[in-house]
Structures are given as structure tokens and as C-alpha cells.
Design a protein around this ligand. Structure first.
Ligand SMILES: [Cu+2]
Length: 746
């Protein structure tokens, strides 16, 4: 019985989504046409408000979007999830059947709804367990283009995103296509996250953006590269993850041949990507932007716009002739693209966006960053609302292109807030690229308290982006005004894209009944690292969906407290060396070893456990253990050319190089050029000072490392990266001499 019902529902949904794709509104003929005041014809829905039920069956599947067949999550057998369509005044009744082997949740992005329906596991509800059904029910009190996605783990990256369309009672009469843009990686998202945390530069190699010394010298940017490393920065990047392909409604090439010359089409676009921003350009002429994040704006004509992760835009384009025009979707890093073809016949491609000039970006970033890792605010420049795109220095294309920015968005009506009391909050957006820690005011979600707000007051938030990346900051359950030059008609949004060095102001009325509302960066990997806060209405009654609030909070905090393992194992002709590392936001444990294959050479292990201090995490005090046994001791000179007896180090203290079982206290500090200085004192009173630099990018795949210390030990070596997990390596060190072999990375 259940199966028959499900099959019936599936047929219903596929029919509904097929109609969506053709841009047909269901009972169009008997609907009266009107003008909406902006010259647009509208149709009124004659249907009385109703309860619209959807059944969503969430299940594992496999897909071959990239080069390999990989696990994904499909809902009712499809990726993206089905488009859910409602009309203002309806009641949404959504049954979620979790057929996964893991828990899940669904968040209705941009929707005003009761807090317990917001779909954030461990904050507004408990997760939906495997084989359980959960019912979301809420009134539809707004209109526009929205979307929905899983808020559990990394499920949003592997298929759990879909369009959520709210039609007006009087809807614009124009063919309309809901579009969900997304990315696909053949790598498991957990693995993507671990790679980001461990500063593995495999993504840069895949993208061709290593920005190595060889590449710098070849293109005349040697000084820029040195200045960049002097300021302790890694290679310039505009997005973190390498993706295998990009999708528009699940297809890289999406054909919509039903349009003819003279047609205009409304595209309701949601960026359902987990981390990427996309440029939108069109081969058939201008793009008219008519709404953002579900809110109408006065139509504005542009040549292109960028859509941040989780934003929505409604745009209108026209089909000039009986040809097929490309609507081109290009990720911000411009590595690849996806296309929507509108119309039938000869293909008219849009101009491809040329490759970014990374060294130009690096040069600008050098100028913007001071030696303490802070962004220098530029005098006389208006750094707000995407008006000054700092990335523009990297664009090789002509600048005579009209690009949308938030300053151009104007709400057709006044959006001023009621005249009540104000709460003002300020956040610095902070991050550490090297360790991939993303925060507000250098605090993760688990390190900060909920922010109390009062029902009825207005909340103003001033955000300054003191990081090198742009962040799409999303507020659950509320729209905010983005203060711009449109005064009383400032646009309403629920996602604010804020570029490096920008200072933006948003404000909203705390008009919900109560509850906890998430405010976070919508780049999935930034959110999971803790970039967010919870706004909590004062005096809210306990949420019945959260029976054990303390446990729920622990689970919520778990995301940014997770421990990330990493290992490097070198197997070379003379022995093995390597390290294993466990780390989280602030703490790191490392165990290193060097073992000679020749018994005479002995062994050495060194372990450290410590805490990173400060936003830049350059300072790392630690405790450590050092065990070693050596039987050979080549006579060496010190750096002044004097022969030293094996019993003395540079400070004239007894040498502990050959037999050492010590406990020590130390501190590491990252110096300019990313050299890590390390001073330690062991329990026998010996002081050791060491300098070390790993992963100097000589060429695209070749890395150089060195180490030297006051125990007269030194090491230098090369590693050639072949795959993400495998490299060829060679090194020379003072204990074990010369060796060559392979290095495995995990
Ligand atoms: Cu972010």
C-alpha cells in the first residue's frame, strides 16, 4: 500500500516539476490578467489558500557527475531535490522520510516560520533519525524564490538542495524556470574538509593556482611572491575547493529549447552550492535583475552578476532570434563552467570568462595586509556593498561591463523599520587561511554565547571583513535591510555577501515569536569550522523539539570542535621519517619519528602537544617528549666553522644528541617567510633553538623543506607531489645522511 502511494506521489511530483521546467502555470486560461504597476502582466490565482502536501523520500544513490561513480543523496530519486511550489497563504505540509543510514534535517532557507520548523539539528529540532519520518508544517506568509537544503553534516554538498518557490496571489505572467546551481566533487566532502584543515595544497595543484616560485619568476612576480610569504600568507585564492563539475538543475549542459524569438524568460536562480560563488552571464543580451533572496527589487539591467553561495536572484532575459542562447554559469575561480541553453537552433555561446591573474591579486593582497595580518582600510575608498570588487585586479577582461552590486538594489517600497529601540552589534569576520579556522571576532560558535535579542526591538549589525575571503552571511528566519545608497528603499535580503575589507551594515526587526536563530557564513566548510552565532529571543518558552537542551548544545558545538587527523609517512632508502597529527581549532598534537633501516643509526621520536594563541595562530606554546638513541656521530662544525666536541651545543651546554629521554617545554612562532622558530627547554636544563620551513613551493608540484637547530642537526629535502596521497621524496639529514624514496600523505 505504502509503495503504491509513493509511486503515485512520485508521478505527481515529476509531472509538477516537468511543468515547472516548461514555465507553465497550471490553470492559466481562466485566470484574469492584470498589470502589476511596473508594466508587467500578472495573473491571479483563483484557488483559495490550501494545505499543500509533499512527501520527500531521502535515500542514498550513486551518480557519475565527475570522472568516477560516487555516493550522493537523492530525494524522490532526483538531484536537486524536487522543486516545492506554494502560493502565498497556503500551508506547507512536508513529510520527510529518512531512508538514509544516517541522520538528516531540512532547513527552509529564507523562510519566515515558527522556530521549531527551521530545521537546524540540535538547535531548533533533534535530527531526523534513520528510518524516521518527520513532518514540517508552517504557513506560507511571504513570496519569492527560496530554496531548501540539509543542515546536517556535509549532506548539502552531495545532493540535498532544491528550489522552494512561493508564488504571489497575483503572479507575474511570464515563462519561469527555477534553477538550482551546484557543484560536484568526486571527493567525499568529509575528505574535502580534512584537506582544507590540513592545508593540503592538492586543490591548488588541480586548479593550476599553486603560485610557486618558478611560476612567479617566469611571470616576473618574484618580488610579489617573496613579499607575500614575508607577510606569512599562502597562495592567493578566490575559492577553497576544487570541483570536478558544476550543475544547473543537475546537468552541466541544460537545454531549454521551448523558447522562440521575442520570448522573455524569468530565471529563478538559487545558488545551492556548498562553497562557490558563480558569475552569471548571457549570450542574448542584458540581464534584468528583478528580485534577490525572494524580495522584489526595481528592475536593473546588467551585463553580469555574481551569486554568492546560498543567495537567490530572479533575472529576466530575452531570446532575440530563433537560436539557442547560452546562459553561462562560471564559478568564481573560473576553472570550469555550466550552461543553460535557451531557445532552439544555432548555438550562440556566451563569452568565456578568462583565467584569473593570481599574481596581480597577490600583489594587491600584499598591499592590503599589514605585518600583523590585519586588513588595512583604504582611505577615501568606499569599501561596502560589493561596490569595489578587490578581485577585479585579477580580471583580464574589459572593465566596460555593468556588474551588479548591492548598491544598485532598490526595493520598490519603503523598508524602514518601526520606530522602536535598537540593539547594535559589531562583528569582525576573521579567519586563518593556513589552519582553515573561520570565526567571528576570533571565536567559533562553540567558543561564544548565544546573543540575546528582544522581541519587538530592531537589531543593527555592523560587519567588517578582516579576512582574505568573501563570506555569504546568512540569517535564519528574518530578512534584513542592507543599508546602501537607496535610503528608505534599501533592499531586503537574508544573505549578505561581504568582500575582504568591506564594512557593511544590516538591520532587521526582531519580529519572530521567539526561539534560536542561526546567523552564519553559508560556505559549508566555514560554517563547520565555527563561523557563526546564535541569536536567541529572550524569555522564549522551551522548545518541545529539544528535550535535552544541554546535550543538544554539546552536539551543536561538536561541528567546530571536531578533531582532524593527518599523517605523512616517508619511506626512503636509509630509513623512515614522518609525522602523525591530530588537531582542532586551537589544539594540536604531533608525533614525529625518524628510524634508520641500519640498526646503527638508531631512532628518534618527538611529540608535541600545544595550543595556538591569537587570531593568526602564529604562537604555539607546547609540552613535548623526546626519545632518541644514536650510536654514530659524524664530527660537525658549528655555524662559525669551529669544531665542536660531541658534548657541546652552540650554547656550550652538554649535547643531548645521541641519547636523550627528555620532557620539554617550548614555544613555536611563525616568522616572516613562514619559517617556524622553535625554542625549547628540557628537564635537564638544555636549551634548543630551531628553524624550520616546510612546503616551499618551488614549482607547481615540487616542494622544498629545511630544518636547522642548535643541536647541530640539520635537514633539507624535496618532495614531488604526484597525487593527493602520494609523492616522491629525497632528503639529507645530519643523523641519517642521504635518502630517497616515497612519501605518503593522509
Ligand atoms: Cu565564510
Amino acid at each position: 500500500m505504502k509503495n503504491i502511494l509513493m509511486a503515485f506521489l512520485l508521478i505527481l511530483y515529476s509531472a509538477a516539476s516537468a511543468q515547472d521546467m516548461k514555465g507553465m502555470k497550471m490553470p492559466m486560461k481562466n485566470m484574469p490578467q492584470k498589470n502589476d504597476g511596473m508594466g508587467r502582466k500578472t495573473i491571479s490565482s483563483n484557488q483559495p489558500p490550501r494545505t499543500v502536501r509533499y512527501d520527500l523520500y531521502i535515500a542514498d544513490t550513486t551518480v557519475t557527475y565527475g570522472k568516477k561513480t560516487k555516493r550522493a543523496i537523492a530525494v524522490n530519486g532526483q538531484i536537486p531535490m524536487p522543486t516545492l511550489t506554494f502560493t502565498e497563504g497556503d500551508t506547507a505540509l512536508i513529510y520527510v522520510h529518512n531512508n538514509l543510514k544516517e541522520e538528516t534535517s531540512l532547513h527552509w532557507h529564507g523562510l519566515f516560520l515558527p522556530n521549531k520548523m527551521d530545521g537546524v539539528p540540535f538547535l531548533t529540532q533533534m535530527p531526523i533519525m534513520p528510518n524516521a519520518t518527520y513532518v514540517y508544517k508552517f504557513p506560507i506568509v511571504q513570496t519569492g524564490t527560496h530554496w531548501y537544503h540539509s543542515h546536517s553534516m556535509f549532506q548539502e554538498q552531495i545532493g540535498m538542495y532544491g528550489a522552494f518557490i512561493l508564488n504571489k496571489r497575483k503572479e507575474w505572467d511570464i515563462p519561469t524556470i527555477p534553477l538550482v546551481i551546484s557543484e560536484w566533487t568526486d571527493m567525499k566532502p568529509e575528505e574535502v574538509n580534512r584537506s582544507l584543515k590540513n592545508a593540503n595544497d592538492w586543490f591548488a595543484i588541480k586548479k593550476g593556482t599553486t603560485q610557486s616560485y618558478a611560476e612567479a619568476i617566469r611571470s616576473g612576480h618574484f618580488k610579489t611572491k617573496v613579499a607575500n610569504e614575508w607577510k606569512r600568507m599562502n597562495a592567493m585564492d578566490v575559492s577553497d575547493v576544487y570541483y570536478d563539475t558544476f550543475l544547473i538543475n543537475g546537468k552541466n549542459q541544460n537545454e531549454q529549447p521551448q523558447f522562440k524569438a521575442g520570448n522573455t524568460v524569468r530565471l529563478r536562480i538559487a545558488n545551492g552550492g556548498a562553497s562557490d560563488y558563480f558569475w552569471l552571464t548571457y549570450a542574448g543580451g542584458k540581464i534584468t535583475v528583478v528580485a534577490s533572496d525572494g524580495n522584489d527589487v526595481e528592475p536593473v539591467e546588467v551585463d553580469r552578476l555574481i551569486i554568492a553561495a546560498s543567495e537567490t536572484y530572479d533575472v529576466v532575459v530575452s531570446i532575440p532570434e530563433n537560436k539557442s542562447y547560452e546562459f553561462l554559469v562560471t564559478p568564481e575561480d573560473r576553472t570550469k563552467s555550466a550552461s543553460l541553453w535557451l531557445g532552439k537552433g544555432e548555438k550562440v555561446p556566451a563569452q568565456k570568462l578568462p583565467k584569473l591573474e593570481y599574481f596581480a591579486g597577490m600583489k594587491m593582497m600584499n598591499d592590503m595586509m599589514d605585518m600583523r595580518g590585519n586588513m588595512i582600510e583604504m582611505k577615501g575608498m568606499k569599501m561596502q556593498n560589493q561596490i569595489m570588487d578587490m578581485n577585479a585586479v585579477m580580471y583580464p577582461e574589459s572593465s566596460n561591463i555593468v556588474t551588479l552590486n548591492y548598491g544598485m538594489l532598490r526595493d520598490p517600497k519603503k523598508t524602514t523599520l518601526p520606530n522602536v529601540s535598537w540593539k547594535e552589534l559589531k562583528f569582525n569576520l576573521t579567519g586563518n587561511m593556513n589552519r582553515y579556522v573561520w570565526t567571528l571576532d576570533n571565536k567559533t560558535i562553540s567558543e561564544s554565547d548565544k546573543i540575546l535579542i528582544k522581541k519587538g526591538e530592531n537589531v543593527r549589525i555592523i560587519l567588517f571583513n578582516n579576512s582574505m575571503m568573501r563570506h555569504p552571511m546568512h540569517l535564519h528566519g528574518h530578512d534584513f535591510r542592507v543599508l546602501n545608497e537607496q535610503g528608505e528603499n534599501a533592499p531586503l535580503k537574508n544573505v549578505l555577501d561581504i568582500m575582504p575589507m568591506e564594512r557593511d551594515t544590516i538591520e532587521f526587526a526582531a519580529s519572530e515569536a521567539g526561539g534560536d536563530w542561526f546567523f552564519h557564513c553559508h560556505i559549508l566548510y566555514h560554517m563547520m569550522s565555527g563561523m557563526g552565532r546564535v541569536f536567541s529571543y529572550e524569555n522564549t518558552a522551551p522548545n518541545p523539539e529539544i528535550p535535552d537542551p544541554k546535550m543538544a548544545q554539546r552536539m551543536l558545538f561538536h561541528d567546530d570542535q571536531a578533531i582532524h587527523p593527518m599523517a605523512r609517512i616517508g619511506i626512503e632508502s636509509n630509513g623512515s621519517d614522518g609525522e602523525i597529527m591530530l588537531s582542532n581549532t586551537r589544539y594540536r598534537f604531533t608525533a614525529e619519528w625518524r628510524v634508520g633501516f641500519d640498526k646503527e643509526m638508531g631512532y628518534e621520536t618527538e611529540s608535541h602537544f600545544g595550543r595556538y594563541i591569537g587570531r593568526n595562530q602564529w604562537l604555539f606554546p607546547y609540552i613535548g617528549w623526546d626519545l632518541r638513541k644514536r650510536t654514530v656521530d659524524p664530527m660537525v662544525k658549528n655555524i662559525f666553522g669551529q669544531f665542536l666536541s660531541p658534548a657541546d651545543n652552540l650554547f656550550g651546554q652538554s649535547n643531548t644528541k645521541n641519547l636523550r629521554h627528555v620532557f620539554h617545554l617550548g614555544v613555536q612562532y611563525t616568522l616572516p617567510m613562514l619559517v617556524v622558530a622553535d625554542a625549547s627547554l628540557d628537564h635537564k636544563g638544555n636549551v634548543r633553538f630551531q628553524l624550520r620551513r616546510e612546503d616551499i613551493p618551488i614549482s607547481e608540484r615540487l616542494r622544498f623543506q629545511f630544518m636547522v637547530n642548535t643541536d647541530k642537526e640539520y635537514m633539507a629535502g624535496f618532495r614531488y607531489i604526484v597525487t593527493k596521497y602520494f609523492g616522491l621524496s629525497t632528503h639529507y639529514d645530519s643523523d641519517m645522511g642521504y635518502g630517497a624514496g616515497i612519501t605518503l600523505n593522509y
